[in-house]
Design a protein around this ligand. Structure first.
Ligand code: ADP
Length: 178
């Protein structure tokens, strides 16, 4: 299995692309978004501002993706995606979160990138319940890996212990039983 779980700061990873859990403006925010902008330097914000708006203030609708260079990051590219804000689970949250993973992987494939790292999209201020979000992250990346060759290295980054455990348990369950 080429899905890796890694605990730490995504901005330190030397991969072809890191995924940013951004917001629809793409103009930066807190959490992992803030950390990525700090580490990439001010050229990242300039690049995000160049992304055309699809409607007033919206450069990347929820569930979609946009790519920029990584600038001062060790990662060559940043794939910005916008996770759903959790309401009650009945407002398309699972489909929108699944789209974030799938569309990021599809863009990485189109760009011929070989390694990609994801933060736990929507699991911070967007309030998605961790176990449910982890299930989406693991099932989407596993489904991708089964049916595609590129990117060959997919890293699920856990910033805290609870996220790390959730990913590990779900991946262990996904292994064929002996
Ligand atoms: P969202 O708005 O999509 O909920 P957040 O940035 O608030 O995004 O949180 C998403 C996840 O990213 C959370 O699990 C948070 O713990 C994690 N996170 C925060 N900083 C980092 C970092 N530097 N590297 C990796 N993950 C991070």
């Amino acid at each position: 299995m080429s899905i890796e779980v890694w605990q730490g700061d995504i901005t330190t990873l030397d991969v072809d692309a890191i995924v940013n859990a951004a917001n629809e403006t793409l103009l930066g925010g807190g959490g992992v978004d803030g950390a990525i902008h700090r580490a990439a330097g001010p050229r990242l914000l300039d690049a995000c501002m160049q992304v055309p708006e699809v409607r007033a203030g919206v450069r990347c609708p929820t569930g979609e993706v946009r790519a920029t260079p990584g600038f001062d990051l060790p990662a060559r590219h940043v794939i910005h995606t916008v996770g759903p804000v959790w309401r009650d689970g009945a407002h398309h949250e699972p489909e929108l979160l699944a789209n974030c993973y799938w569309q990021s992987l599809r863009l990485a494939e189109q760009m011929d990138l070989h390694s990609i790292a994801f933060p736990a999209i929507s699991c911070g201020v967007y309030g998605y319940p961790l176990q449910l979000a982890a299930r989406v992250a693991v099932s989407e990346t596993l489904a991708w890996e089964k049916s595609h060759k590129v990117p060959r290295r997919i890293v699920l980054v856990a910033y805290n212990d609870a996220t790390f455990k959730a990913y590990q348990q779900l991946l262990a369950q996904a292994l064929p039983q002996v």
